[in-house]
Write a protein that binds this ligand. Sequence first.
Ligand SMILES: *[C@@H]1O[C@H](CO)[C@@H](O)[C@H](O)[C@H]1NC(C)=O
Ligand SMILES: *[C@@H]1O[C@H](CO)[C@@H](O)[C@H](O)[C@H]1NC(C)=O
Length: 144
Amino acid sequence: MITMGRRKQQLVMMTIMIVITIVLMALISDAKIINITNKLGSKKTLIVHCESVDDDLGVLAVNYGDFYHWDFEDSSLFRPVVFWCRLALEDGRLSFVAYIEQEGGGGYAVMGYDVNETGLYGPNMYDEWRKYDLLHPWKRIQFP
Ligand SMILES: *[C@@H]1O[C@H](CO)[C@@H](O)[C@H](O)[C@H]1NC(C)=O
Ligand SMILES: *[C@@H]1O[C@H](CO)[C@@H](O)[C@H](O)[C@H]1NC(C)=O
């Protein structure tokens, strides 16, 4: 039996704790996808700008019929992940919260949003069953 010094024992314990924490974090982490589809008629281009506290995904143009998606992981042990997006048309604007990480993880793996002439449709996060709903109508911009 090898006897370890107290310092060495502490070091081994700390290493084990760190490894356990990393493994737990990997198990808890939950891959998510946000997917925004342009279903605007009349060949309209949708301008999308999404960001979280840590990531600015930039301003992108999504053509009619195309979709834009990205994936990320819940962070669980740290502050929750929140993504919000601003959408723009030539004559309309709207903004919405695309994702809020839930305490204890879970939730849908894919958040699919559709945009048409009425507004933004997708899973209603305030509904128990995440009902597909009109979440935000367009705010129309009037040009004089
Ligand atoms: C995004 O949505 C479009 C249209 O509903 C679908 O065709 C596509 O497979 C989706 N992509 C992902 C990664 O979920
Ligand atoms: C937008 O999509 C919703 C849900 O599919 C549909 O009920 C609505 O009529 C659509 N609006 C337009 C202008 O096509």
